[in-house]
Design a protein around this ligand. Structure first.
Ligand code: PBG
Length: 293
């Protein structure tokens, strides 16, 4: 769920049916999600101002922290309120970390920002932090900071096998990203299958509660590999481009929308995902309920 600063919700043209919420419309959507019976919501912030170090991410009144607080207040334990822990929505250059003087992403300086972000999100009430920035050592750093500050029960979801993918395209519009270039220095090489498993193992060793593979549909082999070796839950993220492709083809009448949506998520489940992050979550849950009734 995307939450923007300001009073009005806005459409995302490349993701028909998904919107940038205001905090008020996010409250209503969270209630619907709880009624539909899904497990949780993952929040992404869309700030109106950005800067070099992403100060909006650690400001208690930054949009993502405000949204987390509002939704926990709205629905309590009816849903697991989760937050994306990454700087890309908050930096003016659009990278997931802070930059060194020569312009490359500075891994270890970024870890310090992630520690502060983790504290801000946990303080706002987020129960599960989604570490999507792909910095080395991020799980250990965030786990240590949480434990040292009384947030032992706040869970860490590690985006372990996050590939440098073209399928994140519509997400850039969804969060009004300013990124120029790509994330290939910190996300994984789509040609490399084993590295996904190795990254998941590293995150398990660093104390992750859940590991994730992303994107899902084009990486079912990696997902099956990680599911086979992991002794902790494995999730998969069906990303914006996967959503947009099915919506676009269905809008043309070229595929059966409901069957394609169901088959795409079923395949992710079949490959070994214990849970799936998908933009169709509420609709799918509603269909499943109807079928069971
Ligand atoms: C980083 C983040 C991204 C996505 C989720 N978290 C963007 C990226 O890494 O480029 C993409 C998700 C999607 O495409 O649906 N904050």
């Amino acid at each position: 769920m995307f939450v923007r600063e300001g009073d009005e919700q806005r459409a995302i043209s490349s993701m028909p049916g998904v919107v940038q919420h205001s905090i008020d419309s996010a409250r209503r959507a969270a209630r619907q999600a709880a009624e539909a019976g899904i497990g949780g919501i993952m929040l992404f912030g869309v700030p109106s101002r950005r800067d070099a170090t992403g100060t909006g991410a650690t400001d208690p009144n930054g949009i993502l922290n405000l949204a987390a607080r509002a939704l926990v207040d709205e629905i309590g334990d009816a849903l697991v309120v989760q937050t994306d822990l990454c700087l890309d929505e908050f930096t003016d250059h659009g990278h997931c970390g802070v930059l060194a003087a020569d312009g490359h992403v500075d891994n270890d300086a970024t870890l310090e920002r992630y520690r502060d972000m983790a504290l801000a999100q946990a303080t706002a009430g987020s129960a599960l932090l989604g570490l999507s920035g792909m910095m080395d050592g991020q799980v250990a750093a965030v786990r240590e900071t949480l434990d040292d500050n009384g947030f032992e029960d706040t869970a860490v979801l590690a985006y372990s096998a996050k590939y440098a993918s073209a399928f994140y395209g519509p997400f850039r519009e969804a969060v009004a990203s300013t990124l120029v270039g790509d994330r290939r220095t910190y996300q994984l090489d789509p040609a490399n299958r084993r590295e996904g498993v190795r990254e998941a193992q590293l995150d398990i060793d660093e104390g992750a509660d859940i590991v994730m593979v992303k994107p899902a549909g084009s990486y079912l082999d990696v997902l099956a590999d990680v599911a086979a070796m992991s002794d902790i839950p494995v999730w998969a993220y069906q990303v914006s481009g996967e959503y947009a492709m099915i919506e676009a083809a269905a809008a043309q009448g070229w595929i059966d929308r409901r069957r394609a949506v169901e088959e795409s998520v079923l395949s992710i489940r079949r490959a070994g995902a214990d849970a799936v992050l998908t933009y169709w979550a509420v609709e799918l849950a509603t269909w499943l309920k109807e079928e069971q009734a």
